[in-house]
Design a protein around this ligand. Sequence first.
Ligand SMILES: [Zn+2]
Length: 264
Amino acid sequence: MLSAFGLLASDERKLSSLCPKIWIELKIRVMDTIISPEILTISELEKIPFLTHGFGNRYLKKEYLIKSRQWPAFQLVFLEQIHSNIAHSIREVPDHELRGDALITNQPLLLLVIQSADCLPILMVEEKKKVIAAIHCGWKGTQKCLVSAVIKLLKRDYGARPSSIKVALGPHIRGSCYEVGQDVRHKFLEAGFSPSFFEPLAGLDNKYLFDLAKVNSRQLIEAGVKSEHIFTVDICSHCHPLFPSYRRDKEKAGRMLSFIGLKF
Ligand SMILES: [Zn+2]
């Protein structure tokens, strides 16, 4: 079957198992025929039959997720994201938008959706217990150890084993572009983080480069997740025009949508 981009679905899968960056660039070339938005998936998670997941870009809109025939029976769940370490376990669509930065469920047909523009979107699945999480993690959530809090809940409430959890880190502002100041560094040091996470910027006082994926991966590994189960999309939202970047575009940035759901 031909996709919206004129590529065979099987070709898409082969390309996606290669460098995701190459895959995206190949698709950009045929984007003048775009009739549906772009979704980037992780091949290791695609192998899980009961799972659907993806990272969108500036073209993936809520309306497409709602109307798409790919997710006909799913109900979408959004958060009012507040840069916290608050995670919500849900069994059904809440009657009001919950405030927090992580959603967890073991219920099928709920599509957990995260919105981001430079922050790190994280999707998780524990296959044996069939439990999933979607997480929004900027520097504040990272400093508050949000991913560690989520792993704790997955263990405590669902009996999940960290060594069985697979994690996808989506497009975000990468460490080579993410400049932070002394104020941010201080907050991390006060919380007990190593100063080695902050790389001083040559020629600039009190400016550092900070790697969200690196620090969150460290937290995940300390919580028991295997390093080979952490899959990082090697795309910088700040560098790549296909992705919303708050640092680059400020209020005009829009948001990318990342989602995960259990089919059955
Ligand atoms: Zn960049």
